[in-house]
Design a binder for this molecule. Structure first.
Ligand SMILES: [Zn+2]
Length: 94
């Protein structure tokens, strides 16, 4: 069996996939490009963290569709990202 480093994405918006990394004393989020897709997927990325190897980011139903800024979910981003996500799902199923 292939071993994968799976990391659950905490949030995704039209620019970034974001996860909170536990390997730091200060609260640290690492960001990767989302390629404008908010859809569920696994996506392979080179590590942005000196404590980790390459990993697969897991975007699933528990990943918040919204922007994280100053270590918090930006509440006003939620509605528009949810709309965009719904639109993308609809287009996928065409
Ligand atoms: Zn890290």
């Amino acid at each position: 069996m292939e071993l994968k480093n799976l990391i659950h994405a905490d949030a995704i918006d039209d620019v970034h996939i974001v996860f909170k990394c536990p390997h730091h004393r200060r609260i640290t989020y690492h960001r990767h490009g989302s390629e404008k897709s908010l859809c569920n997927r696994h996506t392979h990325r080179s590590s942005h963290c000196e404590h980790l190897e390459d990993y697969y980011l897991v975007i699933d139903d528990d990943t918040v569709r919204g922007t994280i800024k100053n270590n918090r979910i930006l509440k006003r981003s939620l509605a528009s990202m949810e709309r965009l996500h719904a639109k993308q799902i609809k287009n996928q199923n065409k």
